[in-house]
Design a protein around this ligand. Structure first.
Ligand SMILES: [Fe+2]
Length: 489
């Protein structure tokens, strides 16, 4: 057992099932791999311990522990902690998922885009206080370099140049350690089990498969102008390794080393499909231009998911016997057009319209119903209807809820225009986009029951320390059998 060491990054649980979960921590201030004890109990005083097992904080994985615990009871609250010879970690808790035949309601929170410098993790702390079965992080858990100026005490000095730009494995590890030292983020990890998928900033802005963003012609620079200190290929490898170290997820049997896509059955009511929209895609068309006409965005033969993932996804959703099909999608499925009919951003599904149409039309033909897409990426709250074309004129397939960003600044700051201008431009997306909020930061919560899904968009003030009060800025309902979104308030 380790004699020394500190638990400076809290504890986390992930990828729950009815009988199991993956538990995580990182041991700091040790030199070599160290043994720890892990305890799981049904009470937070650890009087009724149901598991006690030795685990290893592995130096080769930045002293992280990933332990799959099995043999638990479905739908039950558990508590866990790690210990060295003389220290306990904080106590974390998780609820196992309901049994596959249970019709128990599910409450799920989802969020994305937590740039450290842009603000405080008030959204995460507020989610920690919610009664949730699951938290989904849709990506941009870290940002690979500096993007935003925020509160004066949120300065990222990771990386060899101490400017927040990370490229080597050591630097990505520094980045995760900095993020995970945040107490409000730790609170959310300790409060609920998570599932995570990555988006671009876990590696590099707008990368596409094995290539950097085509918007930057100079191979020695990132698209934002930072000099490359390692090749893109090596950077991606470093970033993926650090990602798997930093999250409570296990490589499952039969999965490729860096595979993050797959599905999780959530009790008797829902199945959650996780997709990877970065690792296998072709480059964005038209050099990833913004607000520019791009006929290639509709050209067939370009892939977003890659051949294998697409094959699995096309089949798996119609094959699911779950009532609700929840799709965790990093990037927006609905079109965002400016002007009408012309996609504004080519990094999302809009840049890969033929594949979007192929998948959604296949599902429509197979009779897929009750599809709800949960989306990140765009730092904006959007909600609306998903059709086979992504916009008006296509056949309705389901609905999409885009959960804003936890801290990262939105389109008004990015484009340097007032949100009223964006609202005017967004009118080109009427009627498929029914709700848009460009200004606020926050997260979303859905409650899944047999007859309906209720959703709430919740905003926080991300610029004031520990301001965890939330304002519900949008409420929606999706009725079983009806592929259209109803706004309640
Ligand atoms: Fe983001």
């Amino acid at each position: 057992m380790a004699k020394n060491g500190k638990f400076a990054h809290g504890v986390a649980s992930g990828f729950p099932s009815p009988k199991g979960v993956t538990l995580w921590t990182r041991l700091s201030e040790v030199e070599r791999s160290s043994r720890l004890m892990l305890e799981v109990a049904t009470d937070d005083d650890f009087r009724r311990v149901v598991k006690r097992t030795r685990v290893t904080a592995d130096a080769g994985d930045d002293f992280t522990v990933h332990k799959r615990v099995t043999g638990l009871d479905p739908g039950r609250q558990y508590y866990y902690r790690f210990e060295t010879k003389n220290k306990h970690s904080r106590v974390g808790r998780f609820r196992t998922l309901p049994a596959p035949d249970s019709k128990q309601k599910l409450k799920i929170g989802f969020f994305s885009c937590q740039d450290y410098e842009a603000g405080y993790y008030n959204a995460q702390a507020a989610m920690a206080d919610e009664d949730l079965d699951l938290v989904i992080c849709l990506g941009d858990y870290i940002y690979e370099h500096k993007y935003y100026d925020g509160p004066a005490d949120r300065v990222d000095r990771t990386g060899v140049n101490e400017d927040g730009d990370v490229q080597s494995l050591d630097e990505y590890r520094q980045k995760y350690r900095m993020y995970q030292a945040d107490k409000q983020l730790q609170a959310l990890h300790a409060a609920h089990p998570w599932v995570t998928i990555w988006d671009d900033h876990e590696v590099e802005d707008n990368y596409a498969g094995d290539q950097a963003d085509s918007a930057q012609p100079d191979p020695n620079l990132e698209n934002s102008g930072y000099p490359r200190r390692v090749s893109f290929e090596r950077r991606r490898r470093n970033a993926y390794k650090a990602y798997f170290e930093a999250h409570p997820r296990l490589k499952r049997k039969g999965m490729e080393k860096n595979q993050i896509y797959g599905s999780i059955r959530l009790g008797g009511l829902a199945e959650l499909f996780l997709t990877d929209q970065r690792q296998y895609r072709d480059p964005q068309p038209c050099d990833d231009g913004v607000l520019t006409p791009c006929p290639d965005a509709q050209a067939p033969g370009r892939t977003f998911l890659g051949a294998e993932q697409k094959k699995w996804f096309k089949r798996a959703v119609p094959a699911s016997d779950a009532k609700w099909k929840l799709w965790a999608s990093e990037l927006m499925v609905m079109s965002v057009d400016v002007p009408a009919g012309q996609a504004a951003i080519l990094d999302s599904w809009d840049g890969y319209q033929a594949e979007r149409g192929e998948i959604l039309t296949h599902w429509k033909d197979k009779g897929v119903d009750n599809l709800v897409v949960l989306t990140g990426d765009i730092h904006t709250f959007f909600a609306g209807d998903v059709t086979t074309t992504g916009r008006q004129g296509g056949d309705p397939v389901g609905v999409e809820l885009v959960g804003g960003s936890a801290t990262s600044l939105g389109l008004p700051e990015y484009l340097n225009v007032d949100s009223s201008v964006l609202h005017a431009l967004a009118a080109a997306n009427d009627p498929h986009v029914k709700y848009a909020d460009f200004d606020r930061r926050g997260y979303a919560v859905i409650e899944v029951s047999k007859k309906r899904v209720r959703a709430q968009f919740k905003a926080v003030d991300a610029l004031t320390k520990r301001a965890t009060a939330t304002t519900t800025i949008g409420e929606f309902q999706i009725d079983a059998g009806d592929p259209t979104l109803h706004q309640l308030s």
